[in-house]
Design a protein around this ligand. Structure first.
Ligand code: FES
Ligand code: FES
Length: 160
């Protein structure tokens, strides 16, 4: 099948690429864009490791085709860093609160937390649990992950 042209905004930059129609968005991001922060776990929409933001909404990149992203705006975990490449506020909070063990789930957790905090900088415990409810941590580090999101929320409020 012939390749298709797509134009997609990723972390603020526009890319025009030719892709196979059956290429998944997760494989596109990792294989064509070298954005390896988007992890692949189950490839069935279950684990959340491949979560990215599509126009600000968390989605599973393994369940979407690259051609479906044509004309859309995507944010991967790399886009949560500061402009100089140093960790952003949320990433710093995960580090300071020990919100990761092996780190495999971490990009997806960060993306889900980012979406939550973009709308709500004072989330309740239940709201945090709900926001990351679709992200599985096989190391079971949920307590520290929740504390990291609470720390990020506190810092966001302090920053005004
Ligand atoms: S790899 Fe996409 S949800 Fe698991
Ligand atoms: S830190 Fe290992 S899977 Fe979550």
């Amino acid at each position: 099948m012939s390749k298709r042209n797509i134009s997609v905004t990723i972390n603020g930059s526009v890319y025009t690429r030719q892709v196979e129609p059956r290429l998944s968005l997760s494989d596109f991001l990792r294989g064509e864009q070298n954005l390896h922060g988007t992890h692949i776990g189950c490839e069935h929409g279950v684990c959340g490791a491949c979560s990215i933001l599509l126009d600000g909404v968390p989605i599973r990149a393994c369940l979407m085709l690259a051609v479906q992203a044509d004309g859309q705006e995507l944010t991967t975990v790399e886009g949560l860093s500061q402009d100089d490449g140093t960790p952003g506020l949320l990433q710093d909070a995960f580090q300071d609160a020990h919100g990761m063990q092996c780190g495999y789930c971490t990009p997806g957790m960060l993306i889900s937390a980012q979406a939550l905090l973009a709308d709500n900088n004072d989330p309740s415990l239940d709201e945090i649990k709900d926001a990351i409810g679709g992200n599985l941590c096989r190391c079971t580090g949920y307590v520290q992950i929740i504390e990291a999101i609470q720390l990020a929320a506190t810092r966001l409020r302090e920053a005004g």
